[in-house]
Design a binder for this molecule. Structure first.
Ligand SMILES: Cc1cc2nc3c(=O)[nH]c(=O)nc-3n(C[C@H](O)[C@H](O)[C@H](O)COP(=O)(O)OP(=O)(O)OC[C@H]3O[C@@H](n4cnc5c(N)ncnc54)[C@H](O)[C@@H]3O)c2cc1C
Length: 551
């Protein structure tokens, strides 16, 4: 779409070129500045703009023109000018006429000639009018449109992916609006194929995988080099920190992320305990800053690229990726974090994405305005989600298994003070009910054994996490839950683990396979905090540098 236009009209060429120059200097970046030497020429310009459907933001017209006065022009242009702001350039003697024109032609402002200096006499008035115009009109949206439904898990996944890359999109709900129903792709029986993602070039894709979406958006998915100093698996806080410190210190780093960057932290509406942000920072904001920083220092970020295995091909460490390729590096950092435990109970699988959500309170909250929702879990992440959901939902019921939520005291207190939040203690979730979407949950009080069915539209699940370490199963030592053991945790009676052949002990953050390191939530001993993940990611870089010198 063309930029909105500003049209200035004056019959005196010198005045016209002066005003055109001043307008371009200030507004040329965001607006097309057009100039006309008479009312007739200006009307023709307006007809052309209207014919092409291009928006007009402002008319700046001299009152004193011989054949058609400024006010006459503004009256004649009314059918073509839409909601454009109207400003008259006047001499002192024209003041009366200008005041009358406020009612006659809906004049927004009149300015006295000369307007020097424009910073004082021209721009402040026009800035206000243009801001007001932008607020009042709705420019046609020309970015990505996601046509979906609240109950379609794929729609949710696409929204989450775009949000994590900070790619703006317009959400269109087939249950809410006719244009969405018209744009959605359909199957042979006329049923909607959701989500349908429409791009500005006119193309569309239906229910895309992360990889297809990344390809379409032009995101890098394949490694550009044959060898890297370090391959980092996972772009959560630990991986991003390692990428920033590694690449800023001259290591050639590649960062593989199976979805979009951010990790669990990317789902946090507000991280309150991260150093340097006294009023908190959203996970999305933190991710965006970290990705920009890592890229600036030269890290290659491969998106929608899942690492499926790590191999030891001495002296190299090789990461195999899902689409069949591989990435060769001197060292590998496992920063794969952890993912949510899944609810195992009747109805839960079918309703996932249709009212049952894992950790996505931030992206979904606004869709449950004035509805009743549930949060299951009592840790910090659950408490934060409940507080965020309460901004939109009419009621948030937090289901906690124990006698007290395990979240930090200040979070529990804030929840207790919120009139929209109810904490149900000693409560087990037994089943989730609903046909096409969640309609109710069944809970049981662990003391009395009494069951209750509670109606509600969404359930946000925060029942713990499991480490993402399957890709190194059999290669590195893990504990019984799957956390990767590193450094001193590998030592038994002062001796390194079985199979360790080097004369030195495993370095801090180094796994039982030399050259493979772990940081953040995937590592045994993690404290499940953003700050410890970033700290370990950064520390891993220093240790990896030490390791690389031994190759
Ligand atoms: C909702 C929520 C709120 C939270 N709030 C706070 C808070 O306020 N304060 C706080 O300190 N902590 C908070 N936490 C915890 C914190 O987010 C985590 O401790 C932190 O994100 C761990 O970072 P990480 O980099 O180790 O792992 P993760 O954040 O889990 O990131 C791991 C990344 O690796 C990717 N990955 C995994 N496997 C592969 C693979 N095979 N190939 C490629 N990529 C892979 C994942 O997609 C993911 O992006 C919160 C967590 C949640 C879920």
């Amino acid at each position: 779409m063309a930029k909105p236009s500003i049209l200035t009209v004056d019959d005196e060429p010198l005045v016209l070129s002066a005003i055109e120059r001043d307008l371009r200097a200030r507004y040329g970046k965001d607006y097309r500045v057009l100039a006309a030497g008479s009312g007739e020429v200006a009307l023709e310009t307006l007809r052309q703009l209207a014919g092409r459907g291009e928006p007009l933001a402002l008319l700046l017209v001299d009152q004193r023109m011989p054949r058609m006065s400024g006010i006459d022009f503004l009256a004649a242009s009314a059918p073509l000018a839409g909601e454009a702001a109207k400003v008259l350039l006047t001499a002192y003697a024209d003041t009366e006429a200008a005041i009358r024109a406020i009612n006659q032609v809906g004049l927004d402002h009149y300015l006295m000639k000369p307007w020097d200096p424009p910073e004082e006499k021209l721009y402040p008035v026009l800035d206000d009018l243009l801001n007001e115009w932008r607020r009042s009109i709705r420019l046609p949206f020309e970015g990505i449109r996601v046509v979906g439904a609240l109950w379609s898990p794929g729609s949710h996944a696409v929204k989450d992916f775009l949000a994590r890359f900070q790619i703006p999109y317009l959400w269109m709900d087939v249950d809410q609006e006719e244009p969405a129903r018209q744009l959605a792709a359909r199957d042979d029986t006329g049923g909607f194929l959701l989500p349908t993602v429409l791009f500005p070039d006119g193309s569309r894709i239906v229910a895309p995988s992360s990889a297809a979406l990344a390809d379409k958006l032009g995101l890098q998915r394949a490694a550009a080099h044959d060898y890297y100093d370090v391959a980092i698996i996972g772009a959560g806080p630990a991986g991003l920190a390692a990428a920033v410190y590694g690449s800023s210190e001259g290591l050639r780093c590649v960062l593989l992320e199976r979805q979009a960057p951010g990790g669990q932290a990317g789902r946090s509406p507000k991280i309150e305990n991260y150093l340097g942000f006294p009023s908190g920072i959203s996970g999305g904001d933190l991710t965006q800053r970290a990705v920009a920083q890592a890229r600036r220092f030269g890290t290659e970020l491969l998106s929608a690229q899942e690492a499926t295995a790590v191999e030891r091909r001495d002296p190299y460490r090789v990461v195999r990726v899902k689409d069949g390729g591989e990435v060769v590096a001197g060292a590998v950092l496992l920063a794969c974090g952890a993912t949510f435990r899944i609810l195992k109970m009747p109805g839960a699988e079918d309703l996932t994405g249709r009212g049952v959500y894992y950790g996505s309170a931030h992206t979904e909250a606004a869709y449950f305005r004035d509805q009743s929702v549930f949060v299951i879990g009592g840790a910090n992440s659950a408490a934060q989600a409940a507080l965020f959901l309460a901004r939109y939902a009419s009621r948030v019921t937090v289901l906690v298994r124990g006698p007290q939520p395990g979240a930090a005291g200040y979070l529990v207190e804030t929840m207790e003070k919120d009139p929209k939040i109810e904490i149900r203690r000693q409560t087990d979730l037994v089943a989730v009910l609903g046909r096409d979407s969640l309609e109710a949950v069944v809970v049981r009080h662990s003391g009395s054994g009494q069951e209750e069915t509670l109606p509600g539209k969404a359930l946000f699940v925060f029942i713990g996490v499991r480490p993402e370490s399957e890709l190194v199963a059999g290669l590195v030592a893990r504990d019984e839950k799957g956390y990767v053991l590193t450094g001193a945790d590998l030592m038994r009676d002062g001796k390194p683990p079985a199979g360790w052949t080097l004369s030195r002990d495993p370095l801090m953050l180094e796994s039982s396979c030399p050259g493979i390191f772990a940081a953040g939530d995937v590592r045994f001993g993690t404290s499940h905090r953003v700050s410890s993940a970033t700290g370990e990611g950064a520390a891993a870089v220093a240790i990896i540098r030490q390791y690389l010198k031994t190759l």
